[in-house]
Design a binder for this molecule. Structure first.
Ligand SMILES: [Mg+2]
Length: 379
């Protein structure tokens, strides 16, 4: 599904003229840094751009068309020259007192975006008036409020700014900050493809997921454990492995661990705003598993798990140490695992579930924070 940035024009892309009507080229002044950061937004993220603007009385004596188009066309051309192209431009021409549903915050001109093709809850309205925020609410989107003058538009809506608090994702008048915010709002994900003469692996990981999984390694019990990892961490995990199982299980398990660790290392990114540490003490019938993780940027494994059986399903139990060691090496995380109990299947499953819960805690992130969880300044 497509995501949209609904962009107000006056006060957002260009500065609002003193008389609130951009009807002459000498009144055209672009918003500071808008080219630099909107250009990065277009290049780095996956949004459709839609300009939504109220132009009061356009086409009437108070705002003749021929005074509007020269500056509108200059705006569009200047943005296009920087690679910033609007997929749709929606202009309402009515006055506020007419209370038309076509005028922001009304959505009558935006019907096509409700059609199911668009992910409105992941879309944003960026604008300088509280009516832009009300539009975000009416669309089921979030608002970024560039409130240089918070009183603008206040008389056109019945809600107060406080009542729209849940819709305001960010309040900022700075395009650099808006870019950083949108960067944080992107889901963290990674795709890792790893092909050797022994295995061919494709992993897709979404950290900010819903615990969905689709794992096929050729080893039933291993798939079951990887499914637990996804389900209880809240990450979405899709793993496809073609391994040399005609030899044995070793390469398939080891290489999946390496690729999975690499996927986590890539997906956590610069770790800004992230918890970093996670831990869990997890019971399962006769067993108690402890897992703790630190996405520290360094590998380490502390291992207090012993097994009596040689295999569970098709998996040699010695391979669990190897799996977690390889994962920790590739993810660059410290990992502590301990399990007590009698049933070997339970012990292993409890370990994976405990690790999943620890990962869930560690990767939790405040998208509004740029704080690095380290006093060292690098992680
Ligand atoms: Mg505006």
């Amino acid at each position: 599904m497509k995501k949209v940035l609904f962009l107000d024009r006056d006060g957002t892309l260009v500065l609002e003229p003193h008389d609130y009507q951009l009807d002459a080229l000498d009144k055209l002044e672009f918003y500071p840094l808008v080219f630099q950061y909107l250009s990065k937004i277009v290049q780095e993220f996956d949004y459709e751009l839609v300009m939504v603007t109220n132009q009061d009385g356009l086409g009437t004596d108070s705002f003749p068309e021929d005074t509007f188009w020269p500056s509108q066309n200059a705006v569009l051309k200047a943005f296009a020259n920087e690679g910033i192209v609007f997929q749709d431009i929606v202009i309402d021409r009515t006055f506020a007192h007419e209370n038309q549903p076509t005028r922001k915050p009304g959505t009558a001109l935006l019907g096509k975006y409700f059609g199911g093709e668009y992910h409105l809850s992941k879309s944003f309205v960026i604008g300088d008036r509280i009516t832009d925020i009300q539009l975000a609410k009416n669309l089921g989107a979030k608002g970024i409020w560039m409130a240089n003058d918070p009183s603008l538009g206040a008389t056109e809506i019945s809600n107060s700014a406080e009542a729209l608090d849940d819709t305001i994702a960010l309040r900022s008048t700075d395009w650099a900050e808006i870019y950083q915010f949108l960067k944080s709002a992107q889901g963290r994900s990674a795709t890792v493809k790893r092909t050797t003469k022994e295995t061919d692996i494709l992993i897709q990981l979404e950290l900010d997921g819903q615990g969905k999984y689709n794992n096929h390694t050729g080893l039933g019990f291993f798939d079951h454990m990887l499914d637990q990892l996804a389900k209880h961490s809240g990450c979405n995990l899709d793993i496809k492995v073609e391994g040399d199982l005609h030899i044995d299980e070793h390469h398939t398990i080891e290489d999946t661990a390496i690729a999975l660790g690499e996927a986590f290392r890539k997906a956590v990114g610069d770790k800004r705003g992230m918890e970093r540490y996670g831990h869990c003490l997890l019971p399962m019938d006769d067993c108690l598993a402890t897992a703790a993780i630190d996405f520290s940027g360094r590998p380490w494994l502390v291992w207090h798990c012993e097994y009596r059986r040689e295999k569970v399903g098709q998996m040699p139990t010695e391979m669990f140490h190897h799996f977690f060691k390889s994962f920790s090496d590739a993810a660059l995380c410290n990992l502590y695992l301990k399990v007590e109990g009698d049933n070997e299947h339970h012990k292993i499953e409890a370990s994976f579930k405990a690790l999943a819960k620890a990962i869930k805690m560690a990767v939790r992130r405040d998208v509004n924070s740029r704080e690095l969880p380290s006093t060292k300044g690098v992680l």
